[in-house]
Write a protein that binds this ligand. Structure first.
Ligand code: NAI
Length: 374
């Protein structure tokens, strides 16, 4: 069986740190296991670390373009493994060329880089390792909320510059206590964020999700559901985005919705960059409608060098907590999703049923309600 994995060049870090499993160098730790069973494993399909930077690289953009390794090998691969962090985008076009493809496995959580409707149409299954990195992301969300509310990044930059002007930082630093925090999406990550916020004594915890939390779960974190999105954002001091990217969430946070945010609200998005309109967010920060924006996900990954989210600032020159897509790929998370990929493959080889919570697209239909209401 031909198995294709689209990973990324981990470089020196991956040579030195074997727990960086999502890299070309370490190949999810499954190469020997696969080849010893007689499978053909293509795990060298690399993608660039930074778009536009690697002009002399040996394997430039080998996941993209008609001559890419990805396009070359997808035509007869039966299994495709990808990661959301440096995604190999499986478009409808590619799916139509992939005549032998039966199953796509996402090493992590979030399979929007695959055209899921095309996978349904072509009866290609899509599975992810549900739950594998949800704690990792929830912790990052709480950190990002705190670093925005407390104005951490400009404070640290000031220290590195050799300056010491407390008033410049304190003029825009607040406590999280007594603020209203709301999550768009109260699934595995959104709920864990709410749980982790309980000890901060926020004024209220809110959620917006078409799937209501079970009453006991909502009660445990004292979360109130708001069913209208505009009403929801208008009540929040902090909004955190924790829903998948699909037709119903693409550009959900746009210039129109941002008008309904409380003036000076903070927005944290570790779900998917394209859920927020890039330019509308930058504009809202510049105008003071948002006091801060933080997250690790971008509408294009790797983000181009001149992406406005790298350098955008609020009216006081701070409010930017952006980092590369890594919240769900801590070393702890990598161990979990690499094991999860192996388990999914083992089930597939042996014809055993898959864990239902991992199935996004089954044979010809969606098996989850999280990727949109259909
Ligand atoms: P989940 O499936 O447990 O929960 C998603 C929730 O979003 C569900 O409750 C669903 O009903 C809700 N939802 C879907 N569409 C919605 C909409 N239009 N409005 C409001 N709620 C909506 O998924 P989980 O594990 O919590 O992950 C959520 C997303 O987080 C993933 O799909 C992925 O995009 C992102 N993620 C990011 C990572 C990172 O490293 N930055 C790592 C892992 C996940």
């Amino acid at each position: 069986m031909k198995i294709l994995a689209i990973l990324y060049n981990g470089g020196q870090a991956a040579e030195q740190e074997s727990r960086l499993l999502g890299t070309v160098e370490n190949q999810l730790g499954i190469r020997e296991w696969l080849t010893s069973q007689g499978h053909e494993f293509i795990g060298e399909c690399s993608i660039p670390l930074l778009a536009g930077r690697l002009s002399n690289a040996r394997r430039l953009y080998s996941k993209e373009g008609p001559d890419s390794d990805f396009q070359k090998h997808i035509v007869d691969a039966e299994v495709l493994i990808t990661t959301p962090f440096h995604p190999g985008y499986l478009t409808r076009d590619l799916i139509e060329k992939a005549k032998n493809l039966k199953i796509c496995v996402t090493a992590g959580v979030g399979s929007d880089h695959i055209d899921l409707n095309a996978a349904v149409d072509h009866r290609i299954q899509v599975l992810e390792v549900s739950g594998s990195n949800v704690v990792s992301v929830a912790e990052h969300v709480v950190m990002s909320i705190l670093l925005l509310v407390r104005n951490f990044v400009p404070a640290h930059e000031m220290i590195e510059r050799g300056d010491w002007q407390v008033s410049e930082i304190a003029r825009n630093a607040f406590d999280l206590e007594n603020k209203v925090v709301g999550t768009i999406g109260a699934g595995r990550i959104g709920y864990r964020v709410l749980q982790r916020l309980v000890p901060f004594d926020c004024k209220e915890l809110l959620y917006y999700d078409y799937a209501p939390l079970p009453p006991d779960a909502a009660k445990a974190v004292k979360a109130r559901r708001v069913e209208d999105l505009k009403e929801f954002v208008s009540q929040c001091d902090v909004v955190t985005v924790n829903c998948p990217l699909h037709e119903g969430t693409l550009g959900l946070i746009n210039a129109e919705l941002l008008k309904h945010f409380k003036k000076g609200a903070w927005l944290v998005n570790t779900a998917r960059g394209a859920i927020c309109d890039k330019d509308a967010v930058a504009e809202a920060l510049k105008s003071g409608q948002l006091a801060g924006y933080a997250g690790d996900v971008w509408n294009v990954q790797p983000a181009p060098k001149d992406h406005i989210w790298r350098t955008m600032k609020n009216t006081l020159g701070g409010g930017n907590g952006m980092v590369p897509h890594y919240s769900g790929t801590t070393l702890d998370a990598q161990a979990r999703y690499a094991k999860g990929v192996k388990d999914i493959l083992a089930n597939y080889f042996e014809g055993k049923p898959q864990d239902p919570q991992n199935i996004i697209v089954g044979l010809g239909k969606y098996e989850t309600r999280a990727y949109g209401q259909r």
